[in-house]
Design a protein around this ligand. Structure first.
Ligand code: UDP
Length: 224
């Protein structure tokens, strides 16, 4: 409904409009890495379906407003992103692991931890989104925006324990239903379309900046 309302507004005032879509539209992908032409592998009735299908439906609406009403649209398929100012409570893996490591709690690896994700630092995403908004009006996307360097959740947990010099241990917890086993963006189209854009912030550097952010957050809470 939000997408329909904003597309209607964009049509009326002739604004350019960006959809922050997601790698989740590929579901549990059968193709590795995922190019934009891949239609995905989504369970339409699973616990993640409202999000996945909601985003897929929004992409459909954006394309229809483009074709039927000439609305200037851009669709960005954003892969896992992290960085300072993430919420410590949103349940995503990087914020969970860093908070757990900094407070001496066990790191909760879901399933075997062999599932992978590819993490992009927030500044790289913002740069790509600005470049995307400045592309020619004929270019609508969808466009993958992500960092193709892949890591398993178990290796991520170990890395965060090392980075924070934490004494925390790893515990294995129940794997959520339909949790994708692999996810890695094919960013060829982004590099071609966005003047050679590619992620610049190395994972170690991005992690350090994010750990520092969470350290400050914990310190502030202790002072309050
Ligand atoms: N995950 C984990 N421990 C946590 C939180 C998440 O092992 O405390 C796993 C989760 O099962 C998934 C991966 O980390 O395989 C990424 O989860 P997140 O929710 O950050 O992103 P998404 O699944 O949407 O890619």
């Amino acid at each position: 409904m939000g997408a329909i309302n904003l597309l209607g507004l964009a049509k009326r005032v002739k604004a350019k409009i960006l959809q922050a879509s997601t790698s989740e539209i590929y579901g549990d992908p059968m193709v590795q890495p995922q190019p934009e032409e891949y239609w995905g592998n989504v369970n339409p009735i699973g616990p993640r379906a409202c999000y996945d299908e909601g985003k897929r439906c929004a992409e459909t609406l954006f394309m229809s407003y483009y074709h039927q009403n000439n609305v200037k649209i851009k669709i960005a398929r954003i892969f896992n992103t992290y960085g300072p100012r993430m919420s410590p409570q949103d349940g995503r893996v990087i914020s969970n692991f860093i908070m757990q490591a900094l407070t001496g709690e066990d790191l909760t690896v879901y399933g075997t931890g062999l599932q992978t994700r590819s993490f992009m630092f927030v500044d790289d995403l913002i740069e790509a989104l600005i470049l995307l908004m400045n592309t020619n009006d004929n270019f609508t996307g969808p466009l993958n925006i992500g960092n193709p360097i892949e890591i398993s959740m178990l290796d991520l947990a170990k890395k965060i324990i090392r980075t924070t010099n934490s004494k925390s241990k790893i515990v294995y917890c129940h794997l959520p239903e339909d949790d994708p086993t692999q996810r890695k963006p094919d960013i060829k189209l982004a590099q071609e379309t966005l003047n050679g854009w590619e992620p610049k912030i190395a994972f170690n550097k991005g992690l350090e900046l994010t750990v520092n952010y969470f350290k400050e957050l914990i310190l502030k809470k202790q002072i309050e």
